[in-house]
Design a protein around this ligand. Structure first.
Ligand code: HEC
Ligand code: HEC
Length: 211
């Protein structure tokens, strides 16, 4: 595989924002984005996801299953492509994202359009509220420049919306990203997280979960 050249060109195509990207993953992402989504077909695929993410796409407050409803479509596409390629560790979900169960790239285009169209939950799991000022100051200094003032994210830049996500899920992801277990992460974000303690991560997740 002519990986290096392909990686570089794909990174340019995808606005330079995807790091550590395998060429096949980048292909799947740009192909899915390029296809015209059929939301109705996405709705017929979604029951495969609902046993964990729930019919509403709101997941569970204990953070075992994240909110996916209302997430930016490009973010959903990238995460699914990463999970399918095992570039993001998520064994419970592998059987459900396999092309044999869900279908090819058109299925990804369709189901992500449906999920992005679902409404965000009105309330989510939150932290203990003990260190919100610390959480706010960390967020403003280190996270806001990408995830946005209200943690609304950015579809075109593949920055996830963090607003209306469960606290316990946020904490788990932050630790996994900091400690290198979630491999598909943005390198600049990893740098921002490296110097933060577990308490800092709890504080910033608590702050975000209340936005
Ligand atoms: C057996 C349970 C299960 C099923 C079924 C399932 N998921 Fe998941 N999904 C999870 C878990 C658990 C996570 C979070 C893993 C982690 O903590 O990193 C997740 C994470 C995700 C994420 C990443 C969320 C984010 O914020 O980055 C997306 C997107 C997603 N699932 C979409 C889907 C879609 C689409 C389907 C159906 C085709 C599906 N899932 C089916 C368990 C499941
Ligand atoms: C340079 C831009 C950038 C900065 C700065 C940044 N992030 Fe991120 N963040 C990203 C990108 C891009 C992703 C998606 C990575 C991927 O594809 O898995 C992400 C993913 C996440 C996720 C996982 C979301 C999910 O749904 O699974 C969390 C949580 C998160 N960021 C929190 C933070 C926090 C807290 C900070 C500040 C301490 C921060 N980020 C700083 C760009 C950034």
């Amino acid at each position: 595989m002519n990986k290096r050249v392909s990686i570089i060109s794909r990174i340019l195509v995808l606005s330079g924002l995807l790091f550590h990207c395998e060429s096949s993953i980048a292909d799947e992402i740009s192909d899915a984005i390029g296809l015209k989504p059929n939301i109705e077909n996405g709705k017929t695929i979604y029951p495969l996801c609902a046993s964990c993410h729930m019919q509403t796409g709101w997941g569970k407050k204990d953070g075992s299953f994240p909110v996916i409803a209302g997430q930016h479509r490009h973010v959903l596409i990238k995460q699914l492509a990463d999970i399918r390629a095992k570039n993001r560790v998520n064994p419970t979900m592998y059987p459900f994202t396999d092309p044999k169960s869900i279908g090819g790239v058109q299925a990804i285009a369709d189901v992500t359009a449906y999920i992005a169209s679902l409404e965000s939950p009105s309330n989510v799991g939150i932290g203990d509220g003990g260190r919100l000022a610390l959480g706010q100051s960390i967020y403003k200094q280190r996270c806001l420049q990408c995830h946005g003032e209200k943690a609304q994210g950015n579809n075109d830049a593949f920055f996830p919306k963090l607003q209306r996500q469960h606290y316990a899920y946020l904490v788990r992801q932050l630790k996994w990203i900091r400690d290198g277990y979630r491999k598909n992460s943005n390198a600049l974000m990893v740098t921002e997280l490296k110097t933060l303690s577990d308490d800092d991560l709890n504080a910033v997740a608590d702050y975000i979960s209340r936005l």
